[in-house]
Design a protein around this ligand. Structure first.
Ligand SMILES: Cc1cc2nc3c(=O)[nH]c(=O)nc-3n(C[C@H](O)[C@H](O)[C@H](O)COP(=O)(O)O)c2cc1C
Length: 160
């Protein structure tokens, strides 16, 4: 998929099909995080793949939108003192939808994830194939962009 189309058509998705995310897709999603840039290339993050049903339920109970995690085919917590990653657009390239999940108390989520002192989850994105099939190639990137529920660029861009 064209990169701009992947970004423009990507919506955060909360309704996942009951279908596992294959290991090779999971590996690509994780690798997208691995190759993300970071300040001074410190790569301060840890990616926690939440695999067991018990851990999934434990983690679900720590986020705002618990069903996002419960119904996901794949859950990966990103723990870092700061910084970002490109996991979600890479997943979308493989037809896997996703949604970032925030949490009211990151300490409780850290405990549920078994993280050591000093690491806190910044997001626990849920991944899965969309319940309702969605074809990003059905429209052009410009159309996806126009239809997105977003502020216009005029409101967002400043030049100095
Ligand atoms: C930092 C961040 C935290 C978010 N936290 C949650 C969350 O806790 N639960 C949730 O359902 N969606 C969460 N979202 C998804 C937003 O609601 C979503 O990006 C926004 O509504 C746009 O949705 P769309 O891409 O479907 O248009 C979060 C998004 C971001 C970027």
């Amino acid at each position: 998929m064209d990169t701009y189309l992947a970004v423009a058509s990507k919506r955060d998705w909360r309704s996942y099909a009951d279908r596992p995310v294959p290991p090779e897709v999971e590996r690509r999603i994780l690798d997208a995080g691995r190759v993300s840039g970071s300040a001074m290339n410190r790569q301060p993050w840890v990616f926690v793949v939440v695999e067991s049903p018990e851990a999934k339920e434990r983690v679900a109970q720590t986020v705002y939108a618990q069903d996002n995690v419960r119904s996901a085919g794949l859950v990966i917590a990103i723990a870092t003192p700061g910084g970002g990653s490109t996991l979600d657009v890479t997943a979308w390239n493989d037809g896997v939808a996703s949604c970032p999940n925030g949490m009211p108390e990151s300490d409780a989520a850290a405990r549920a994830l078994g993280l050591e002192e000093g690491l806190l989850p910044v997001s626990i994105p849920s991944f899965g194939y969309p319940k309702r099939p969605l074809d990003p190639e059905s429209k052009g990137a410009e159309e996806w962009s126009r239809e997105a529920n977003r502020k216009p660029l005029d409101e967002l861009v400043r030049r100095i």
